[in-house]
Design a protein around this ligand. Structure first.
Ligand code: GLA
Length: 360
């Protein structure tokens, strides 16, 4: 009788232990675990963030990182014969040490290519040949340095114009080389690391006219046998944009190109798109309202529902910044305005939006 009782007590304890362990592991799951059968979940990091308490959050929630700024030409290659590798190296070492995937960002972007790339000693535009040589030298150096660590590169960023009826952005790159620099950049990146996946990356990708132009560009590149493997959708979105129907048709169209799709810079601004001034300074500089929280949670829930629907085409989703402690949207586009675009608050705690993303 006594031994029967012992067996009963033993099984009861075992059952409680199993339940407690299961509960704990559910609570310990990070975004990357919920999405392990969908796509890697990444985050843009700075070298400073890797020296703070944000490291624990990164390792718990994410299995991929992107250097927010440290691999851009403006930082790595500020003048012709000078490379500063320290910041980018430390991010690459962090990824390697912790077994995280690393996206490279970005090799050719008009906005942060330093002026010396385009100009001669008299400040005049250089010839196309000179610019191609400089671009090649830059891309070879950066891509070869991180060969085997960076698995995918945003090779070319934001060349498509936002203006109605205008195809390419009228940047110095375009003025000097015409459209050709895009194919050249992909070619150089492929020569430097034939195994890296190469992406074209852009924003406002959900707007029908811009979307069409992006798709036209990547189709042209594919047709010309340029080594391009994917389209990066930056996904700097807001509580009122995109709608589910708009996102659904954008993802469907990008997927139909046959290239892989990555969401590369995701955040959801808590201000409607198109608002260009602060309406209520004392509130907007300091407060994340419950209405904003509700709308943002609904938006995050919807977009992840769509991402899961297109999981066979999407090979990565990366958030742009770690928590609301710091976002590039603080003070942009409106000075003095604080934004709260991410899934973790300033204390690195999960926001309401987190639940909607992981409960499915
Ligand atoms: C673009 C760039 C990113 C970053 C953001 C703003 O989306 O691709 O590298 O600079 O703007 O932070």
């Amino acid at each position: 009788m006594n031994s029967l009782k012992n067996i009963y007590v033993f099984f009861l304890f075992a059952l409680v232990a199993i339940l407690v362990t299961a509960q704990t592991s559910i609570h310990n799951k990070g975004l990357k675990d919920y999405y392990s059968s969908y796509f890697p979940i990444g985050v843009a990091v700075s070298t400073q963030s890797l020296r703070t308490d944000e490291v624990q959050l990164i390792l718990h929630q994410f299995n991929s990182i992107t250097a927010e700024n440290a691999m851009k030409a403006a930082l790595i290659h500020p003048s012709e014969n000078i490379y500063y590798w320290k910041g980018a190296d430390s991010i690459a070492a962090f990824a390697k040490k912790h077994g995280l995937k690393l996206r490279g960002h970005t090799l050719c972007w008009h906005n942060q290519l330093p002026v010396w790339f385009f100009t001669d000693s008299a400040g005049k535009y250089v010839s196309k040949e000179v610019l191609f040589n400089r671009l090649k030298e830059h891309i070879y150096s950066v891509v070869k340095r991180y060969k085997g660590i960076v698995y995918a590169w945003d090779v070319v960023n934001e060349v498509i114009s936002d203006n109605k009826g205008e195809y390419f952005r009228n940047s110095p790159l375009y003025k000097i080389c015409g459209e050709e620099f895009v194919a050249k950049a992909f070619q150089y990146a492929h020569e430097a690391d034939p195994r890296a996946l190469l992406f074209y990356n852009d924003y406002n990708e959900i707007h029908p006219e811009k979307r069409e132009k992006i798709i036209k560009l990547v189709k042209q590149l594919k047709k010309a046998r340029v080594p391009i493997h994917g389209i990066g959708l930056q996904a700097h979105w807001a509580i009122d944009e995109p709608s589910e129907q708009q996102l659904d048709s954008a993802l469907r169209q990008f997927a139909s190109t046959g290239l892989q799709v990555q969401i590369t810079e995701l955040d959801i601004s808590v201000y409607p798109k198109g608002i260009s001034s602060i309406t209520n300074p004392s509130v907007e500089t300091t407060t994340f309202s419950s209405e904003q929280e509700r709308l943002q949670a609904a938006q995050y829930k919807m977009i992840f529902r769509q991402f899961r629907k297109y999981k066979s085409f999407i090979s990565g989703v990366t958030f742009w910044n770690i928590s609301d402690r710091h976002s590039w949207l603080d003070n942009f586009p409106i000075r003095g305005r604080k934004n709260y675009p991410l899934l973790f608050d300033k204390n690195l705690k999960q926001k309401k939006a987190f639940k909607g993303v992981v409960q499915f």
